[in-house]
Design a protein around this ligand. Structure first.
Ligand SMILES: [Zn+2]
Length: 435
């Protein structure tokens, strides 16, 4: 593993604008940001000498500034980005799998396979989403995923660079039958804190988000109890009234699961859960595949909730990255036609075949906005929703080097997770190593 790395000649998204800059990565974190003027890093000498630098975006952490120029040049590995745009890596908080892998069935090898696929789609961190199943089966999957996640946290140079498992999103079984979508009715359960604690125990504490229906009996105190345990509650798969949804939000729910999909819509005399989600300041996931939401609805949602409260998710299933055909989600048969996934039994829509880079491309087309604005929907907002925005989700000094490089036409050229290259489109980039 290269402990030091220089990413040269990027157009780096700093705050809300692209700046021509070099990035210095050390031990997996962004340790220096050096803007270029007329193609030159004019202030590097200042940084090398350890002097304070003049502008507010030229930075090096005190630790990096202490080092001599010799140390830097001697040990650095360089990548010439050749003008590629560098944006924060994508964080997918709702995915059921991809590339033939279903998180309700996956073993350790499957997880490695799907993580490599996610890296090729710009994902640097994600929450495998385990859906409704028998409690024993859920517990088994939570254990398996937690094992891989713990191994990730322990491993250093020996491991294959890949996106980080931030935790697990448990979608169900605490869901309302009326809006169950692809979740089998006979496996749905009432809110049960004892069961949740058992599952959290199996997960080694890694359940980080729970999607639940707020209209279930006892859902409000259940929400309060989960929030008190530091778990994010996302309301969805729901036909709740406005009042009940608001009660859940006041009890600590901080997000809504795939807004409008499997959710009661608004009516002028029955505002329902949708209005509560829109009116409150909670986050809302949206599936921007052009199938789950009309492009005009995507534009409207961004306008209504603001760029800071929408989170683009994939809700992807195992068919993602593969061709149309027959697949499954949580053991239930799914038919994918034209990228649209539906249950074989009743034609009910069952997840998507969207990727995160696909979501970002669609967002640009649907909203007419640029990546400068939309990047936060795929990176910063999910990080903030999870409370890890101090560590990742934007390009700032001291944060993890979770980065994506986009070439002309938004071609994904590189994914870097924690300072390690998890995906590289070789022909586009020039890389050289010293010493
Ligand atoms: Zn889902």
């Amino acid at each position: 593993m290269n402990k030091q790395l220089l990413l040269k000649n990027g157009q780096v998204l700093i705050g809300r604008e692209f700046v021509a800059a070099d990035l210095r990565i050390e031990d997996g974190r962004i340790e220096g940001i050096f803007p270029r003027e007329n193609g030159e890093v004019s202030l590097r000498r200042d940084w090398h000498s350890g002097n304070a630098v003049a502008t507010d975006i030229v930075h090096a952490t005190p630790r990096a500034a202490e080092r001599s120029a010799a140390t830097f040049v001697g040990a650095a590995h360089e990548i010439d980005l050749n003008g590629a745009r560098v944006i924060p890596g994508f964080i997918d908080i709702h995915t059921h799998g991809g590339f033939g892998v279903d998180f309700n069935q996956a073993d350790g090898n499957d997880l490695q396979k799907v993580m490599a696929f996610f890296a090729s789609q710009g994902v640097t961190a994600f929450l495998p989403t385990v859906m409704t199943d028998e409690p024993d089966a859920i517990a088994r999957q939570l254990e398996r995923i937690a094992q891989v996640a713990h191994a990730q946290n322990m491993a250093h140079s020996a491991s294959v660079p890949c996106p980080r498992i931030l935790g697990i999103h448990l979608e169900g079984p605490f869901l309302a039958e009326s809006h169950r979508g692809a979740h089998p009715a006979y496996l749905l359960r009432p809110c049960d804190l004892g069961l949740f604690d058992e599952l959290q125990c199996a997960a080694g504490g890694m359940i980080r988000i729970v999607t639940l229906s707020p209209e279930l009996e006892g859902a409000i105190p259940f929400t309060r109890a989960l929030a008190a345990r530091g778990v994010r509650v996302s309301i969805g798969h729901s036909g709740a009234s406005y009042e009940v949804a608001m009660a859940a939000i006041h009890a600590g729910a901080n997000s809504a699961t795939h807004i409008m999909n499997a959710m009661k819509l608004m009516h002028m005399h029955d505002p329902a859960i949708l209005t509560a989600v829109l009116e409150s300041d909670i986050y809302a996931e949206m599936i921007c595949d052009g199938i789950h939401l009309h492009p005009a609805i995507v534009r409207f949602l961004i306008k209504a909730k603001g760029l800071d409260h929408m989170i683009a998710v994939t809700d992807s299933i195992m068919a993602t990255g593969l061709s149309d055909g027959r697949y499954s989600i949580g053991g239930t048969e799914v038919i994918v036609e034209g990228g649209d996934a539906k249950l074989a039994s009743n034609g009910m829509r069952a997840g998507s075949t969207l990727t995160m880079i696909g979501a970002l491309r669609n967002l640009q087309v649907f909203s007419g906005r640029g990546i400068e604005e939309l990047s936060r929907l795929v990176s910063e907002n999910p990080a903030h929703m999870l409370g890890i925005d101090g560590d990742t989700g934007s390009i700032e000094l001291g944060k993890r080097a979770d980065l994506v490089a986009l070439g002309a036409g938004d071609v994904l050229e590189m994914t870097m997770a924690g300072g390690q290259i998890a995906y590289l489109l070789q022909k586009r980039l020039f890389s050289k190593s010293y010493g």
